[in-house]
Ligand binder design. Structure first.
Ligand code: TXD
Length: 319
């Protein structure tokens, strides 16, 4: 069987890390695309030279030409511009919307059969835009945020309870922003609900609230420390888990930004929900029972996503 092909649009911090992880796991041959000349080629060469040391067989190439992503099975998009001092969220939205237009058209022309994972921020709006511009079916375009946000929640809970991260099953719903909804009622330590575990360990409710808050601002905490960029190791590994679920038809149920129509009272919106990923892309969106408070929090989050989409739709005419 021929090797799978993985195209990475954006060869920045996350793009380079994605290429390394995908190569190391021998997921397939890798094409790194960027508009910056030399960067994808240089990173591809450097990463290729990891092969003999790490013992992987993967052809890694760098390019500035969309034609080279032809026939990709998976496309992961990190292309875009991060926020700089003095820039408003709308400025970022406008710039990255233009980037999504170029990327969406490139995918449409050269890799229309691919499973597309968007990582670019503001995530829930950019995955919507990428789907619009690429014209791919909704089940083949998905956003990565929930796997990362849940991993952050799980990390902090494992630290607090002094247990292995492997035993924490954390759950985050909603948009990828300050309004995301870490759902403690569905978060367990090997089946033991967080509330019960907190009682057993003598951890107060307010301490759990602090952990929820730290999860919500988990990206900002890292930006504050790095100063010149945002997180890239955990975002990359999260997207790789999603790509593997698709390539291996694993039917994994992961929190992802999926297109939701009908469920959760939503009428066609990309937002973080538990969804099953298999060979057909997003095969199911799972609607879970929520308390009134959780429903209220989810509404705040989806309203924020809807507001961003409105801004996108208004800008779209200017593109
Ligand atoms: O959970 C999540 N979804 C996220 C999202 C977690 C962390 C970071 N998240 C976002 O991912 C972040 O806000 C950015 O929007 C993306 C990519 O982050 P990264 O850290 O990789 O950014 P870089 O290093 O700036 O890389 C972006 C690359 C850079 O090499 C640019 O030259 C390139 O994107 N770029 C383009 N490539 C192709 N085509 C176009 N038009 C283009 N414009 C810029």
């Amino acid at each position: 069987m021929a090797r799978k092909k993985i195209a990475l649009i954006g060869a920045g911090m996350i793009g380079g890390t994605l290429a390394h992880l995908a190569a190391k796991a021998e997921m397939g041959d890798i094409v790194l695309f960027d508009i910056a000349e030399g960067i994808p080629q240089g990173k591809a060469l450097d990463l290729s030279q990891c092969g003999p040391v790490e013992g992987f067989d993967a052809k890694i190439t760098g390019t500035n030409d969309y034609a080279d992503i032809a026939g990709a099975d998976v496309v992961i998009v990190t292309a875009g511009v991060p926020r700089k001092p003095g820039m408003s969220r709308d400025d970022l939205l406008g710039i990255n919307l233009k980037v999504m237009k170029a990327v969406g058209e490139g995918i449409k022309a050269h890799a229309p059969e691919a499973f597309v994972i968007c990582i670019t921020n503001p995530l829930d709006a950019m995955v919507w835009a990428l789907r619009e511009f690429s014209g791919l079916p909704h089940n083949k375009v998905v956003g990565m945020a929930g796997v990362l946000d849940s991993a952050r929640f799980a990390t902090f809970l494992a630290w607090e309870f002094d247990v292995s991260v492997k035993d924490v099953n954390a759950f985050v719903l909603g948009g990828h922003g300050d309004t995301m909804v870490p759902v403690t009622s569905y978060t367990t330590i090997n089946g033991i609900p967080v509330k019960d575990m907190a009682k057993i360990k003598g951890v107060s409710e307010s301490r759990i609230d602090e952990i929820v808050q730290r999860t919500r601002s988990g990206g900002g905490e890292i930006v504050g420390l790095l100063k010149t960029g945002s997180a890239y190791y955990a975002p990359a590994t999260s997207a790789i888990a999603m790509a593997k679920a698709y390539l291996g038809d694993q039917k994994r149920m992961l929190p992802v930004a999926a297109y939701v129509e009908g469920k959760y009272g939503l009428d066609g919106l990309y937002v973080g929900v538990p969804a099953v990923i298999g060979a057909n892309g997003i095969e199911d969106v799972v609607e879970i029972e929520l308390s009134d408070e959780e429903k209220g929090n989810l509404k705040v989050s989806t309203d924020a996503v809807e507001e961003l989409l409105e801004a996108c739709k208004n800008l779209d005419g200017d593109l």
